[in-house]
Design a protein around this ligand. Structure first.
Ligand SMILES: O=C(O)Cc1cc(O)ccc1O
Ligand SMILES: [Fe+2]
Length: 453
């Protein structure tokens, strides 16, 4: 066994004790990193022979001809080429991991839904067996849309590896700590952080501190990118430097192992004789990263009114229609509320986009009760929603001084496509049957006479 990690420029290779992964700052940079000195070819991608007897291989995350500001690819220098990290595939079933289009006949998705946290059961579950799809949207075959999942993970993947051809995975931990050992390096994540694992990248997921629960947005479409800030300018919201990409780390380990591939919603597995995480050096801009959501700098209303929640967009995955995302990842974190003479919580509304929310920690202002950490809600395309009765009464009558919203972190996966519940979401997960009752009691106040009531 031989595991190494080294940032370029370090004097000596350091053993990857894996205690503290190292990262490089930036989002979508052209990174370069090598775990052994001079492993990375300079000035060219495909020398006749690569140092250390490594194989050169390109991982393309966009079409070869994508415009240069979107073009993403990474050159890997590895012990074996990827074609040696798979053999004959056999179909396997992971029945709880669904892909769009998936519309079970006896499940309706027209409604407002909210779930308590999916409990950790007694069964040992890995990243693969513990993935529970809640909703699907769009179509994996046309590389548009998404799926939302809850993961419940108690066990590390041992000599087992995975990659998805279907999409990028945005991982939002809510409980426990996970390690993603990937072809391009190692990422550790904890609650209030996120990880982005690109389509096609091979990895293994280990439990650092369990049990683990969290949310995943599987993005079938174009990759997540930072939103344009428009008149906000060059700073605030999510800043590029706060994203962290791991330095190269490789394993030279020959043990019977498996590799599982998700491809057009199906799962196939193959036996292999070694770890596929054997990239000794790489350069490029198609790479995994992590981000600490506490670095997100919210910009908001400083005089009156409640702006659209798009001001809190951390990442956006374009759909091809300008301004209409395949997915927006939106963060509601602690912040100051200062708007004058304003109903401060989210307004009542219907939205062409469908809104899947999850609570990472604390209390959400529009739903002081019932939307708890680990819980989720879905307000589908054109389904009305807004503050519950208590939130409405409280906010309509509150003394409006500057107020700090504290102890709060929720997020939204907002997609242009309607989201369809899985059977798991409709029948097994702890769906709150009485959710719609939260708006009961929002009585008519109108009596035909002017004046604020
Ligand atoms: O529905 C929600 O709670 C999410 C949301 C928040 C907000 O501030 C404005 C609109 C919106 O959909
Ligand atoms: Fe909403």
């Amino acid at each position: 066994m031989n595991e190494h990690a080294q940032a370029k420029g370090m004097a000596t290779p350091r053993a990857q004790s894996a205690a503290v992964p190292q990262y490089m700052p930036g989002f979508g940079n052209d990174f370069e990193t090598e775990a052994l000195p001079d492993a990375l070819p300079q000035g060219m991608n495909s020398p006749q022979k690569v140092n250390y007897g490594l194989y050169g291989e390109q991982l393309s995350g966009t079409a070869f001809t994508a415009p240069s500001h979107q073009n993403e690819r990474t050159w890997c220098y590895r012990i074996r080429p990827s074609v040696r990290h798979q053999g004959r595939f056999e179909r396997i079933e992971l029945p709880y991991w669904k892909s769009a289009p998936h519309m079970p006949q006896d499940v309706t998705s027209l409604g407002q839904y909210r779930w308590d946290p999916v409990p950790q059961g007694d069964a040992p579950l890995t990243w693969l067996t513990g993935m529970r799809t809640m909703t699907t949207a769009g179509d994996v075959n046309t590389q548009s849309g998404m799926a939302s999942h809850i993961y419940l993970v108690t066990e590390s993947m041992v000599d087992a590896y995975f990659y998805s051809a279907d999409g990028e995975m945005l991982v939002v931990p809510q409980e426990g700590r996970l390690r993603f050992s990937t072809e391009l390096g190692i990422i550790d994540v904890a609650p209030q952080e996120i990880a982005l694992i690109p389509r096609g990248l091979v990895y293994r997921v280990e439990v650092l501190e369990g049990p683990c629960r969290g949310f995943v947005c599987e993005n079938y479409g174009q990759k997540f990118e930072l939103p344009g800030r428009g008149p906000i300018g060059a700073n605030c919201m999510a800043n590029r430097r706060d994203f962290k990409t791991p330095v190269a780390a490789f394993e030279d380990r020959e043990v019977p192992s498996t590799i599982t591939v998700k491809w057009c919603g199906q799962f196939h597995q193959s036996d292999i004789g070694q770890s596929p995480l054997d990239v000794v050096a790489w350069h490029g801009n198609y790479a995994p990263c992590k981000y600490d959501l506490r670095n997100y700098c919210p910009v908001g209303s400083i005089l009156f009114d409640h702006p659209d929640p798009s001001i809190y967009t951390v990442l956006t995955a374009p759909s091809g229609v300008e301004g209409t995302a395949n997915i927006d990842f939106v963060l509601f974190r602690d912040r100051w509320n200062v708007a004058e003479d304003t109903f401060r919580p989210p307004w009542y509304h219907k939205n062409v986009m469908s809104e899947l929310m999850g609570n990472i920690h604390g209390q959400y202002d529009a739903k002081p009760q019932g939307f708890v950490p680990g819980g989720m809600s879905l307000h589908n395309c054109m389904l009305p929603h807004g503050p519950d009765r208590n939130a409405f009464e409280g906010a309509s009558n509150a003394e409006l001084g500057p107020q700090k919203l504290e102890n709060t972190m929720s997020f939204m996966f907002e997609t242009r496509f309607p989201q369809h519940l899985t059977e798991f979401a409709a029948k097994e997960a702890p769906l709150q049957d009485d959710y719609v009752d939260c708006w009961d009691g929002l009585e008519k106040k109108f009596d035909g006479t002017p004046g604020k009531k």
